[in-house]
Design a protein around this ligand. Structure first.
Ligand code: BTN
Length: 328
């Protein structure tokens, strides 16, 4: 899917959620009503849910604020940042993680965001649903001089940085983290992160942190077949400006990563325990061909999940897909 500058300009005008007549839009873009009609057709065929209202014009069902480089950079407060940043914004991309993986090495933090991902990727090779203009698909790449073996708590720290961001917007006190990095509200998935680590020949490592945060999708009315999901809109009944959220996410990620590198996971334990969704629950953890069941007993200082099986034996798990067996 690709949009011309006039199609993007149309989306910006329709983004206020009001009805606009063809002649008004034509005058704003300096093109004829029939040219507007054609452009609107293209947008509708690309999946943008523009309504045609007879004798009145065109309207989007919900307000839409497109991603805006200047707004994001403005909110990042670049002067106060520890690292230099580059921001890559796309209308459409296959996957923001994939883009950063193939971007040549640099000394800056590289950030990539898109309005839509055509091949958004989740953990365990799953698909990440990424509809146009509604949610956040944001990856950032950090180049570090750090011991690879100490990175096991990274996904937990990432989740804490995301949760801190959500708390800054007073979203809900009911948001929890399901080890290692699912963010849930009322048992439904609000956000996920996909972390990819690349070791370079010069001894540095690159960490790519991809965040998918459901922001403005009306998730109650658009259920997904495979799993229950929710959005900030479902929780609050408000639409959010993703530009502000993205900037706050990056700022908090930088803060949390810096603390993690300086102090490892120890200084995050208390915070983790406060938001641990699985704690005390009976769960199953699937690791490739194996499934283990037991009670989740929190994490250890390496970020491993502590699982106590029926015989009382404790297992320390570094990865896996967790699910609840039943509510205790
Ligand atoms: C998961 O919970 O399975 C992780 C989902 C991660 C999705 C994000 S969206 C931005 C980035 N690009 C991708 O292709 N995936 C991550």
């Amino acid at each position: 899917m690709s949009f011309t500058p006039s199609q993007l300009a149309l989306l910006k005008l329709l983004g206020d959620g009001n009805c606009h007549s063809g002649s008004e839009l034509g005058a704003a873009l300096g093109i004829t009503r029939s040219a507007i009609w054609k452009q609107i057709n293209h947008l509708i065929e690309s999946g943008i849910p523009i309504k045609r209202i007879s004798h009145q014009g065109y309207q989007l069902p919900n307000p839409l604020v497109l991603l805006d480089k200047e707004k994001i950079i403005g909110n990042l407060g670049l002067a106060q940042r520890l690292n230099p940043f580059n921001l890559h914004l796309f209308t459409t991309i296959d996957s923001t993680n994939r883009y950063l993986k193939e971007l040549p090495l640099s000394n800056s933090v590289e950030i990539c965001c898109a309005e839509i991902q055509t091949q958004g990727r989740g953990r365990f090779g799953r698909h990440w649903h990424s509809p146009f203009g509604e949610n956040i698909y944001c990856s950032s790449r950090w180049t570090l001089n750090y011991d690879l073996t100490k990175l096991s708590g990274l996904s937990l720290v990432t989740s804490l940085a995301i949760l801190t961001t959500l708390n800054e917007f007073n979203i809900s006190s009911n948001i929890k983290i399901k080890w290692p990095n699912d963010i849930l509200w009322n048992d439904k998935k609000l956000c996920g992160s996909l972390i990819e680590i690349l070791a370079e020949s010069n001894g540095t490592i690159q960490i790519i942190i991809g965040i998918g945060l459901n922001v403005n999708t009306d998730t109650r009315n658009t259920p997904l077949p495979d799993k229950p999901w929710c959005s900030l809109y479902e929780i609050t009944q408000h639409h959010f400006d993703r530009n502000l959220l993205i900037a706050k996410l990056i700022v908090n990620l930088e803060r949390y990563l810096t603390r993690f590198i300086d102090h490892e996971l120890n200084c995050f334990m208390e915070e983790w325990n406060q938001y641990d969704y699985l704690f005390g629950k009976k769960i199953s953890v699937t690791q490739s061909a194996n499934t283990l069941s037991g009670i989740a007993c929190g994490i250890n200082a390496s970020g491993q999940l502590i699982l106590q099986d029926e015989s009382g034996r404790k297992h320390f798990l570094s990865s896996g897909d967790t699910s609840l067996q039943e509510k205790l």
